[in-house]
Each structure stands twice: as structure tokens, then as C-alpha cells.
Design a binder for this molecule. Sequence first.
Ligand code: 8YV
Length: 312
Amino acid sequence: MKPEVLLIGAMMPELESRLDADYTVHRLAQAGDKEAFLAEVGPRVRGIVTGGVTGASRALMERLPHLGIVAVNGIGTDAVDLDYARAQGIRVTTTPNVLTDDVADMAMALLLATSRQICQSDRYVRQGLWGRQGLPLARKVTGKKLGIVGLGRIGRAVAKRAEGFGMPIAYTDVTEIPGVHYRRVPDLAALAEWAEILVVAAAGGPQSRGVVNAAVLEALGPEGILINVARGSIVDEPALVAALEGKRIAGAGLDVFVDEPKVPEALWRMDNVVLQPHRASATFETRIAMGELVLANLAAHFDGREPPTAVV
Ligand code: 8YV
């Protein structure tokens, strides 16, 4: 008998085929009446496969009395009720390390695209405006002061790349990060005041909710650029829109939003904003590696072994 798992969101077709080979997979996204679907399959489900944003709420886990594992196809656990999982003895696994480079690459891509007006200039060429109309000058990247919010694996990978651009680097984190030579500025507004570009690379969740607020954006200032590749919840989104509208910051490069896939429409119209549909880990190579880890965690759990990348 194959163990039964609930798939929330999609994985690459190759990986879903492999999931189908070893498990009976119930696809929540394909269910018309989700309530009825969960009432029917819920008692048989022993594992959840979900994304970093979709996670697993307490309300969902409560409907699955034989749930033993939540395998997150991502690094973020802010959408998983970890306390409930811990209390119920439910394993939670993530896919660390394999996506670090891609997310840091995306931070640099957004940083470059926003500063150098790559998307705006691309639109200018496609609209046939070259030769007929001017374009404002862009902002230099090399040598700009970079503030990093959250110096975990991804934050450090961003710093490493930024060193190649000759950028002085400082960071805010809850503790001093050992083994790095970057300056820690514990107060986020002070970091923003110093920085010319602020990259958000912290974990989501209640401890970071809204910490990039109006005061931090004010401190970043009218020449400053905000990049977010972490979680939309870390930035006070209405305050960000207001800061951009009021030209209190110069621009933003955003891969994540508070209520995905909803993106505030005010941002669509802004030329100084570069938008991505939460795609930082969305490369072929990385999604394969993430999926392999999901499968390895599930296999270990159902074989009675320790999952390789468990967080609970
Ligand atoms: C993924 C993420 O896009 O790792 C995370 O926490 O948010 C992203 O890498 C997401 O998990 C896709 O399922």
C-alpha cells in the first residue's frame, strides 16, 4: 500500500511523476469542493507536500488525523504552524542550501535592474522611442553602500556577490553573525540611513512582520532603493507604496508581496519599480534539486529514518 499524501500547489511534472510512483497523491488544487475533498481523503493522508508560501495551517493539519510529515518545497516555514506540528509530533522538512544561490542571484538581478533601469529601457526600445525621446540617466551600482536585512545563508550569498561590485556592506540581524567581516548595525532604521540600497533577506513570520516600515523607508531616503526577495510580510506594503508615490525612496525591486498573487496596482504603473512573480528559486536546476530533497525527506520519513533536512 502506497502512503497517501496531499499535494498543495504544483511541482515540476518530472517530480510529480516520481511522487505518483511512490505515493497516492491527492491534489488539493484540482479539487472543486475543497471541504468535501478534505473530508473524504483527510483521514487517509499521512503527508503534506507544500510550498513556502502555501505552507500548512493548523486548521488544515487538524483535518488530517494521521499526518506524520509536512515536506515544504522551499525554505520558508512562516506559513506552517510549527508549534502545532511540534506538539503533535509531525515532522516538518524544508529544502535549505539548494536555493541559496538562485535567491541571491535574483536579489542582484533586481538590484541591477532597478538601479540601471533595465526594464524601463527595454520598454523604451520596444515602444520605438529610441531616437525620438530621451531617457533619464540611471544609477550607478558599483561602490554603492549595501544594507542587508537578515544575514543568513541567503543574506551572506548576496553579500558575497555584492563584494564583486565593490559595495561596502553592513547588516541588521538579531545577533552578531560569526565569521563575517561585515559591520552589524542592530537598528534597522540606522542601517537604512547608512545604506543606499537595502536588500531584505530575512525569514518571514511574526518576529519580522512589518519591520521595514515607513520610518525605515524614510531613513533609506529619496536616493535609496529597496530590494525584497524574502517575504512580502516583512515590508509594510502600504507604507512602501506611499514612499514610492511620495518619492521618498528612489525605487524598488520586489519578488514577494503580502498577499500573493495580488500586487498593489499602484506599483504596476511605476517605472522605477521592477516586479517579479515570486520567482527567485524558479530555475530548472534549483527546482529539480528542491524536489529531490522533498522526495528524500518523504522517503526517509516513510522508511522510519531521520529526514535529511528536518526542522521539526
Ligand atoms: C518558493 C519560497 O518559490 O523557499 C521558499 O520559502 O518561498 C520559494 O523558494 C516556494 O516555496 C515554491 O514552492
